[in-house]
Design a protein around this ligand. Structure first.
Ligand code: NAD
Length: 476
């Protein structure tokens, strides 16, 4: 599909596509478990037989290493599809529930029904994964969907379109490529559910647009995810884990550790071990990180300039570059970088970093670290590294975050058994496995009367009825 040039043409194309899908949505909603599984299998087969193309596309977009595409894009998708195929029959089955005394004579169950027309708007940082993972949930739920992938990663977005066009008819699933104007043309239409992954700022725009049609939303947003390292943590292992989670995808991961809060007694050991970890991962044989094939690039000049401005601003205000700091605008390259001596007046501590810069702050007492986290927006992920169960539990029970992990990072994204998502500024609604299926479904509560009646409560309201109601209020 060629992207129309004028705003009117874009709106017209979006409307026609939407109408085509709206006509098909009832048939899609009626699909059996077998038919939905068949669609998911087709998607799985296509993806597994086009892995190299995916790796080429993401490499062209921002030099994403092939291994990171296999792990962070393709494995995430194939494992989600397999999990969904395995469990879909159970999810679609009516879920019987207990009958309260007041409903004697009835039976009740929950039946998940497709919401209908779904819109999926995705970001550039995991451009294949985040466009197609919500689609797996939408297909499982029986929705038709239009996907609007990011304009910042054109090769990956073209790959997503190719996948969708090869596997589905346009009345089932379609892709509309393009930027804000395409997004806004789609947002003007009366979708039943909008699944948006991106920044909190655009999340607000999406939610406002959804309000026009009272469409339900899933907002998978971002923010600053902290990593707390206490004095009991295994510092060497923790430093390795944080380095991996921070520099994977060049720091452009929504759940990357944005900054570290380390106990002052282990601060210098942490910095040493972190440097060692970075050297092992990105500078083997003493080469510069710029020569590493395991290190992606910043997605474009605009984001490079944004990150460089955070770095310059922090240094101007007294931050110390503990590691890295070299940049190359010609290649959108920033070395794995660690800053200390940062504070909240610096841009690097005000905005989500979304790049390979790690501020490390120290704390004396755990409640101080927790208080710092709580003074800011609720994060998408919160990480605590500790060998003290009491300390880890203290952090978990005194903070709020979309997800929380003890002694590891990022791995929750691939755990289909737990909900993934944010809270308030970091998101609304959840994804992964059944939780994703639920987002695209209406959990319809159904009651069927077999015998009995509530006729004895109908007007006129006699004293007998009032006595009965008094009894019910007090004792039932
Ligand atoms: P973004 O919000 O700029 O863009 C996301 C999508 O929205 C793109 O498709 C874009 O075309 C569209 N868009 C942009 N401006 C718009 C507007 N004014 N109106 C309508 N649509 C618009 O986000 P991004 O830069 O692509 O991605 C980075 C952000 O996404 C970070 O904040 C990151 O934390 C977050 N993120 C969250 C998750 C998650 O699962 N929670 C995953 C990845 C990224």
């Amino acid at each position: 599909m060629n992207i129309p040039l004028t705003e009117e043409a874009i709106q017209q194309e979006a409307r026609l596509l939407f109408e085509k899908q709206r006509r098909f949505a009832p048939a899609m909603a009626q699909t059996t478990v077998k038919e939905r599984i068949e669609r998911l299998k087709r998607l799985l087969n296509y993806l597994t037989s086009h892995l190299e193309e995916a790796q080429e596309a993401t490499y062209k977009d921002f030099k994403k290493p092939a291994a990171e595409t296999l792990l962070g894009e393709m494995y995430v998708l194939t494992s989600e599809i397999k999990y969904t195929i395995k469990h879909l029959r159970r999810w679609m089955r009516p879920q019987k529930v207990a009958t309260p005394l007041s409903a004697l004579g009835t039976s009740a169950y929950i039946q998940y029904e497709a919401k209908g027309n779904a819109l999926i708007i995705s970001p550039w940082n995991y451009p294949i994964n985040l466009a197609l993972k919500p689609l797996i949930s939408a297909l499982a739920a029986g929705c038709v969907a239009i996907i609007k992938p990011s304009e910042l990663t054109p090769h990956s977005s073209a790959y997503v379109r190719k996948v969708v066009e090869a596997v589905f008819s346009a009345e089932e699933v379609a892709v509309m490529e393009g930027g804000v104007e395409v997004s806004q043309a789609l947002l003007a239409l009366p979708f039943n559910h909008i699944f948006f992954t991106g920044s909190p700022a655009v999340g607000k725009i999406v939610m406002k647009a959804a309000a026009e049609h009272l469409a339900s939303v899933t907002l998978e947003l971002g923010g600053k995810s902290p990593s707390i390292v206490d004095e009991t943590a295994d510092v060497a292992t923790t430093a390795q884990k944080i380095a991996w989670a921070k520099f994977l995808n060049n720091g452009q991961t929504c759940i990357a550790p944005d900054y570290v809060l380390v106990h002052s007694s282990v601060r210098s050991k942490f910095l040493d071990e972190f440097t060692k970890a970075v050297t092992t991962m990105y500078r083997p044989e003493g080469k510069e990180a710029e020569a590493s094939e395991s290190y992606a690039r910043i997605v474009n000049n605009r984001h490079f300039d944004r990150l460089k401005s955070y770095l310059d601003d922090a240094v101007e205000q007294g931050a110390v570059v503990e590691l890295g700091g070299k940049t190359n605008p010609a290649d959108n390259f920033i070395e794995p970088t660690v800053l200390s001596g940062v504070n909240d007046s610096m841009k690097v501590m005000q905005e989500e970093i979304f790049g390979p810069i790690l501020p490390v702050m120290e704390y004396e007492k755990l409640p101080d670290a927790v208080a710092y986290v709580n003074q800011h927006e609720k994060p998408l992920a919160l990480y605590v590294h500790s060998s003290s169960v009491a300390n880890a539990n203290y952090v978990l029970s005194n903070t709020s975050a979309g997800n929380a992990l003890v002694n590891d990072l990022l791995i929750h994204f691939g755990n289909h058994e737990i909900p993934f998502g944010g809270v308030n500024n970091s998101g609304i609604g959840k994804s992964n496995g059944f939780f994703g299926f639920q987002e695209f479904s209406n959990a319809k509560g159904i009651m069927k009367r077999k015998f009995g009646t509530t006729k004895f409560l109908y007007p006129p309201y006699t004293d007998k009825i009032k006595k009965l109601l008094n009894f019910m209020v007090k004792y039932m």
